[in-house]
Design a protein around this ligand. Structure first.
Ligand SMILES: [Zn+2]
Length: 283
């Protein structure tokens, strides 16, 4: 672990402030790696013009923490859901607790929820059960959905197609799949979240030509920090922890493959996020 003194500052080569404010729609800021220097992480995000962060709530405890953080720091909002890895713990009591969280004014989406057939930490049947129960909660609350999908695109599209008329909106966060899956989502008028995965030459470069297929009003950007440190950074970072202040480097990469300026991509994704999550306009 790097010392907190080292964490207090990003190397100068990594400090990049785009002209338009950005929204990080997927930040796992309840992760324990942020405990020791949380205020510095937020200050660095603001210095990088990342003014708004949606803190991902992946289970009951983390959703409650995300809500608590969003109450303490302006520009932070929360999601509340059960990740497919934890779908096996879904029950009626948990459903009621989630429903109560969805009524909190700082909760802007139901999720992270969905399907992950890559690792199957919960069985596919358990995942589908918890996912459909959360789709029902999204219908009830009217909130949009923050979705996770890995190696489950076909089933995810079938389920979403059945619910699409009833849910308000949905974003597939950290999209990593292929062109057919992408177009399946776009045909359902689903939003797409892109992370630094696109910067990974080992597994993410197939996303480069797909970037142009996503309408700007359907595209949002996210770090998924502390995971998925982008591999396009112009300097080494002590430790491997990703953080919101590095979002501009992801925007830069996506803009490059789309053939537009960082400013244009930044401002479009921010407008999309503000509309999608119904954020206060000053954020
Ligand atoms: Zn995810």
């Amino acid at each position: 672990m790097a010392s907190s003194a080292v964490d207090n500052v990003l190397p100068e080569a990594l400090q990049f402030r785009p002209t338009s404010p950005l929204v990080d729609i997927g930040a796992n800021l309840t992760h324990e790696s942020f405990d020791r220097d949380f205020d510095d992480v937020i200050a660095r995000a603001h210095a990088a013009h990342v003014n708004t962060m949606i803190v991902t709530g992946t289970d009951l405890a983390h959703a409650e923490q995300a809500i608590a953080l969003s109450g303490q720091y302006p520009g932070l909002f929360a999601t509340a859901g059960i990740h497919p890895h934890d779908a096996s713990c879904w029950n009626a009591e948990l459903a009621n607790k989630m429903k109560a969280l969805h009524a909190h004014p700082k909760v802007v989406a139901v999720g992270e929820c969905g399907l992950d057939f890559n690792r199957n930490f919960s069985t596919p049947a358990e995942q589908e059960h918890a996912f459909e129960a959360q789709l029902a909660l999204a219908v009830e609350s009217g909130l949009p959905l923050f979705l996770h999908e890995r190696d489950a695109g076909v089933r995810m599209r079938e389920i979403l197609a059945a619910w699409r008329g009833d849910i308000s909106d949905a974003v597939v966060h950290c999209f990593t799949a292929d062109r057919d899956t992408l177009h399946g989502y776009l045909d359902l008028d689903i939003h797409i979240g892109l992370t630094g995965w696109i910067c990974d030459e080992r597994r993410g470069h197939h996303l480069r030509p797909l970037v142009n297929d996503i309408p700007l009003e359907r595209l949002m950007v996210e770090t998924d920090c502390p995971y998925l440190l982008p591999r396009n950074l112009p300097a080494k970072l002590k430790g491997r922890r990703h953080e919101p202040a590095l979002l501009p480097w992801i925007v830069k990469e996506i803009a490059q493959w789309r053939g537009i300026s960082e400013a244009e991509l930044g401002s479009a994704t921010t407008q999309t996020a503000q509309r999608f999550f119904r954020l206060p306009t000053e954020s």
